[in-house]
Write a protein that binds this ligand. Structure first.
Ligand code: B12
Length: 420
């Protein structure tokens, strides 16, 4: 095409392009208000605070209140952690990122930093003896990222646990986890000693980090789908952070537009999912937290009242079929539940246990909502690497949890005890 023709074409397209851009901005601010609103109706979540702090529009009063609640929560978590129940590596890491994003430097922060350093050593030791961390690589890298963003120097041993150093060590990370490892190592690579103009880590360390980042990004590029997704729509926001952090703005933009469209279809109602999405819509990554100075910003974000949800008119009739399979793939239980309007999978399971006292299940509250921990008295267990996997039809794993997924009439849902 002649350059002149291209120019002409572009000037014609310029007007709708601008309109698109304004629409995008409006949509992003609407999502920002939606996240702000979630602070009133959901338990405090440090990931939500991080996203509110990283965004362009603010409501400083609401953010301050939320920070206060988070601190109370953190004190509770740390005192529970002292009783040595289970590791809170990822949760404490998110709190430390949230505190840094509000430029808070207090007693609870020092205590949390100490705790996280200890836990990361424990994660590392666990990888030496058991090939996997105490929690998982996602939390391990989140922990490294949180220390790094808070300018804390990380032990060599802990870092080398994230960098596969020989050929026997292949980590098969998911897209989410790969992205988080990239962010952690990118932070390490770029860290300077506070107040001085020198690198925090040796040339050799930084080179190793760089090489590991390159490997992971190659993998992410191989996984890249033409619609701009990697993994699924809930891993893509973190992948877009990794792409931004490594300078691939072209893929970031493509992914962002796709996710904005998905959010218009209601895919990011869950505040945790939205909190992972919002930063990349504003072209921000968790690495930017380290540069925040918390000087007064815009203070104009209001939380909009939601337009009343359209009442679901189509009457859904039919059944949802539930089956339960143990590890040996033997079906141990089946039932069917009449599907009423707007029933989540959680509602369906509750109805099933009301209809039949032989069917029981338990859940545990997490940042993503209720996690299915046990079915018919059989628990999924971290120490044996098992969990209750949610599957639709014969083999389509759900990409949402029991509270967020809405089964369709006639759908078969399989609860399958699986390994991870
Ligand atoms: C590790 C991991 C798991 C591990 C957790 C156990 C372990 N010891 O590692 C296992 C393999 C068990 C798992 C299971 C599932 N997971 Co998962 N998981 C993750 C991952 C990679 C990291 C979570 C984490 O450690 N967070 C750090 C800490 C600080 O946060 P936390 O909330 O306290 O962490 C706990 C919960 O997140 C919980 N958890 C893990 N996954 C899920 C999913 C749901 C829906 C809920 C409610 C809780 C939950 O386990 C964490 C450790 O205790 C995230 C990726 C991400 N982007 O966040 C996906 C992610 C959260 N999981 C996801 C999904 C869909 C599932 C499953 C529903 C898959 C399925 N078809 O069965 C199941 C849960 C089923 C059930 N029983 O309720 C989605 C959620 C998307 C959404 N919109 O809801 C994510 C975002 C991955 C993705 N991109 O698809 N998961």
């Amino acid at each position: 095409m002649q350059p002149g023709v291209l120019l002409l074409l572009m000037s014609y397209m310029g007007v709708p392009l601008l309109a698109h851009k304004l629409n995008h901005e409006k949509a992003i601010v609407a999502l920002n208000s939606l996240l702000l609103r979630s602070t009133r109706t959901f338990p405090p979540n440090p990931s939500v605070h991080i996203a509110l702090r990283l965004s362009e529009k603010h409501n400083l009063h609401e953010e301050q209140n939320y920070l206060h609640r988070l601190k109370t929560d953190l004190r509770r978590i740390l005192s529970r952690a002292e009783q040595g129940t289970r590791p809170f590596t990822g949760l404490v890491a998110l709190h430390l990122l949230a505190l840094r994003a509000s430029c808070q430097d207090l007693q609870e922060k020092r205590q949390a930093l100490l705790y996280l350093k200890k836990k990361l050593s424990a994660e590392r030791n666990h990888t030496i003896y058991h090939q996997v961390p105490l929690t998982n690589y996602y939390q391990y890298s989140l922990g490294v990222l949180a220390l790094c963003v808070n300018d804390i120097r990380i032990d060599h041993s802990v870092l080398s646990g994230l960098v596969p150093h020989d050929h026997h060590h292949h980590h098969h990370h998911s897209a989410d986890t790969s992205a988080m490892v990239v962010l952690a190592l990118k932070c390490v690579q770029e860290s300077t000693v506070p107040g001085r103009d020198v690198w925090m880590y040796s040339t050799e360390r930084r080179l190793k980090a760089q090489q590991a980042v390159n490997k992971l990004m190659e993998k992410i590029q191989r996984w890249w789908k033409s619609n701009g997704e990697v993994g699924n729509i809930y891993s893509t926001p973190l992948v877009l952070q990794a792409l931004l952090a490594t300078g691939d703005t072209e893929r970031w933009l493509k992914g962002k537009i796709n996710l904005l469209n998905k959010s218009k279809q209601g895919a990011f109602q869950n505040p945790m999912a939205l909190s992972q999405l919002l930063p990349v819509l504003y072209r921000k990554t968790y690495l930017d937290i380290g540069q925040m100075d918390c000087r007064s910003k815009s203070d104009e974000l209001r939380w909009v009242d939601l337009e009343p949800q359209e009442p679901e008119t189509r009457s859904q009739s039919g059944f949802v079929y539930i089956s339960v399979k143990g590890k040996n793939l033997v079906t141990t239980y089946t039932t069917r539940v009449p599907l009423l309007n707007q029933m989540s999978l959680l509602d369906v399971l509750q109805a099933a246990s009301r209809n039949d006292t032989n069917f029981t299940f338990e859940t545990e509250q997490t940042l993503w909502g209720p996690f299915l921990t046990s079915v018919n008295h059989v628990p999924g267990q971290d120490d044996t690497n098992t969990y209750w996997r949610l599957i639709s039809g014969a083999h389509t794993p759900l990409i949402e949890g029991i509270q967020d997924y809405f089964p369709k009439p006639g759908e078969h849902i399989l609860l399958q005890l699986s390994s991870f």
